[in-house]
Design a protein around this ligand. Structure first.
Ligand code: AMP
Ligand code: GLY
Length: 447
């Protein structure tokens, strides 16, 4: 069968790579894809914009694709799934109504309250002055969140009431007219993804992401500088608790709202020192780079899982099978990221990295006649598996050291958190900044 994958990041390369391993798949079309998907067996890039819903629908229909998998949040929030479903095209990814779980913090907060899911206490404001009065009353640290997709720049963790009030003004100036203010939660962050089909769900292995640009979790927030799975902090007991206290009630609450949610429910959790998990955020898609660490561990064919989800048959699927290994993914970024960076740098050493049996997932790359060039802030994700984390860390670093492009930058402490002998990385440090993710709507520039 043929499938179509929408997106152009490392996450989409990992999805396409995993799909390509299935005997049932004979063609994968990536819209628009990247240098990695352009070079993948069975895979072809289609240079279309991801906001060209009509073009995507027409192409998928003409090609007779059996499933459209939507990677990023922006087209989900804009209703690509609704558009395709209306034309009887099978889709993996929630409708616009379901995608509000990511695109509207206040909607997600209300849903969590309705479902009785543990989360930070907070309030939604449509009046900046009222938000500031509330902040003054609550004190700091406190968290201010824009309601709406903000390319990851909508969350400010403020250390003082003044900082929080300034954040309210800044968001207001940017045009946000709805703001969530919530209590600061401390603990360790972990990402757990559930595949939900509108009736039931299946959780994937838990992963941890490194969001800050600098070692020791310092500096600006990024889309994610590395990840590892399975995250040891999530014991089987904690996973059972997350399933029963978080995913099951959320799936039921979505159903009560008549939302037929078929796609990923990404729970960004904080695990308190007491061991209690609380939801920081929900996303409506796979995480990046967590996916590049999780999917290489999945033994079950990905198409079987995603098709079962799209057809609302997850209940009939046998238990998911996983490799008994550990996975570490290190992101190689362009110098300057998450702020300004240069593009068009020639990339060398990918085959040498692959000789070590590392998987090199492309994020911001383009295929050129003579090789690959950089096109984004996050350029590559290098994943290695190992019997234990020490092995996976060692191989992924040996592999990434073989890769070169002008200005290559990567953190040297990915997955250090799981090695007790290493310097502990402060959990959930007090940020001063914003998140930054690639603008998936922007056309990639041609050099
Ligand atoms: P979000 O987009 O809601 O996940 O927020 C981005 C980041 O801000 C999270 O990954 C956390 O590091 C931090 N954050 C968000 N909400 C809170 C909170 N209530 N308490 C502490 N940190 C938070
Ligand atoms: N890795 C964080 C995200 O995908 O949002």
């Amino acid at each position: 069968m043929k499938v179509l994958v929408v997106g152009n990041g490392g996450r989409e390369h990992a999805i396409a790579w995993k799909l390509a391993q299935s005997d049932k798949i004979n063609r994968i079309i990536c819209v628009p894809g990247n240098g990695g998907t352009a070079s993948l067996d069975k895979c072809q890039n289609m240079p279309m914009r991801i906001d060209d819903f009509e073009g995507i629908a027409r192409f998928a229909a003409v090609q007779g694709v059996s499933l459209v998998i939507i990677g990023p949040e922006a087209p989900l929030a804009e209703g690509l799934a609704d558009y395709l479903l209306a034309q009887n095209l099978p889709v993996f990814g929630p409708t616009q109504a379901g995608a509000q779980i990511e695109s509207s913090k206040s909607w997600a907060k209300a849903l969590m309250e309705d479902a009785g899911v543990p989360t930070a206490k907070g309030e939604t404001f449509t009046d900046a002055e009222k938000a500031k009065t509330y902040i003054q009353k609550q004190g700091a640290p406190i968290v201010v969140k824009a309601d709406g997709l903000a390319s990851g720049k909508g969350v400010i963790v403020a250390q003082t009431p003044q900082e929080a009030k300034t954040a309210v003004d800044t968001l207001w100036d940017k045009g946000f007219r709805k703001i969530v203010v919530e209590e600061f939660l401390s603990g360790e962050e972990v990402s757990v993804f559930a595949i939900a089909d509108g009736i039931t769900f299946r959780t994937l292995l838990p992963a941890q992401d490194h969001k800050r640009i600098g070692e020791g979790d310092t500096g600006l927030n990024t889309g994610g500088m590395g990840a590892y799975a399975p995250a040891p902090i999530v014991t089987p007991e904690l996973m059972a608790q997350i399933e029963e206290q978080i995913f099951r009630p959320i799936v039921s609450a979505l159903k009560r709202k008549d939302i037929d949610y078929r796609g990923v429910l990404y729970a960004g959790l904080i695990v308190a020192p007491t061991g209690e998990p609380k939801v920081l955020e929900f996303n409506c898609r796979f995480g990046d780079p967590e996916t590049q660490a999780i999917l290489p561990l999945l033994e079950t064919p990905l198409d079987r899982l995603l098709m079962a989800c799209a057809q609302q048959k997850l209940a009939d699927l046998p238990p998911l099978e996983w490799k008994a290994e550990k996975a570490v993914c290190i992101v190689a970024a362009s110098a300057g990221y998450p702020e300004d960076y240069q593009k068009g740098k020639a990339i060398a050493g990918i085959p040498a990295a692959e000789e070590l049996e590392a998987l090199v997932f492309h994020a911001g790359t383009k295929k050129k006649s003579e090789g690959f060039a950089t096109t984004g802030g996050r350029v590559l994700g290098v994943t290695a598996l190992g019997e234990d984390f020490d092995g996976a860390i060692a191989t992924s670093y040996q592999a990434i050291e073989r890769i070169e492009f002008e200005g290559i930058y990567y953190r040297r402490d990915i997955a250090n958190r799981v090695r007790p002998q290493s310097n502990p990385v402060p959990a959930n440090p007090a940020p001063d900044t914003h998140n930054e993710t690639e603008d998936v709507w922007a056309e990639k520039e041609e050099e």
